[in-house]
Design a protein around this ligand. Structure first.
Ligand code: ATP
Length: 222
């Protein structure tokens, strides 16, 4: 696992990544062009520097090449985000994660060949929307444009029934990959066991199939 991280852009998103990684004991270099932001992270990150990441010489001087993973968390200034990413790619950074501000930004980042593009506001919005539809939908993770993993509470319609009774794969085309029961996670759940009220099912499948599954079995009618 890579241990040396650099975070460029210390807004709410980059700042929270920097804080969390540091709390987990990772060595983080925090970079921002704004002096106040950098001062805020002086005592949190391993090292914090004021720098304009669109300047290749500056990034080289900082020694960015030595970092295994660089996170670009400049959102609003899309031009700066793209330019920074291109420079990091040219320098040969092994792993680059970039926060996209909108779909066009994301498309460009994908074209540049960024390892990981994140879209926190959109993803959180989608997760929240699923949770608002039903309290039984606990989490939602997009795997691709058409596939997701959802975490759902065994709703009233599932309690007391086994996976064989529900036959989710045949009926909805999606798969139960694990069942959480209390602190245990069973990754090869028994097909005969009756589901209990507090069981949490991890379901993987195509979005359209998951939607059908949610409407028919997860969302309680009352
Ligand atoms: P967030 O949504 O994460 O809170 P924000 O809206 O506060 O972000 P952004 O404009 O997305 O702020 O930028 C995040 C940070 O990136 C800011 O602190 C900004 O100073 C920094 N930043 C912007 N351009 C550069 C650059 N060229 N070099 C280094 N840091 C930059």
């Amino acid at each position: 696992m890579s241990k040396d991280f650099a975070v460029i852009g210390l807004g709410r998103f980059g700042g929270s990544i920097c804080r969390e990684l540091s709390q987990e004991g990772m060595q983080v270099l925090a970079i921002d062009s704004d002096e106040d932001r950098v001062n805020e992270y002086k005592n949190i990150a391993y090292h914090a520097v004021i720098a304009d990441s669109t300047d290749e010489d500056t990034l080289r001087e900082i020694g960015i090449k030595n970092f295994d993973h660089v996170i670009v968390a400049i959102g609003e200034n899309i031009q700066a985000s793209i330019l920074t990413t291109v420079i990091l790619t040219d320098i040969g950074i092994k792993k680059i994660t970039v926060k996209a501000q909108n779909d066009y930004h994301e498309k460009i980042l994908n074209k540049i060949g960024v390892d990981q593009v994140v879209h926190p506001e959109r993803d959180m919005g989608r997760r929240l929307a699923h949770n608002i539809i039903s309290n039984n939908i606990l989490d939602y993770l997009e795997l691709s444009d058409e596939h997701s993993i959802v975490e759902v509470k065994a709703g009233k319609k599932m309690v007391g029934k086994s996976l064989i009774d529900l036959d989710i794969r045949a009926n909805f085309g999606c798969n139960i990959v694990a069942i959480k029961r209390g602190r245990d996670i069973n990754v090869s759940p028994s097909a005969e066991d009756a589901l209990r009220e507090d069981d949490i099912l991890i379901v993987i499948g195509a979005d359209k199939d998951i939607s059908r599954f949610e409407r028919r079995l997860v969302i309680d009618d009352d």
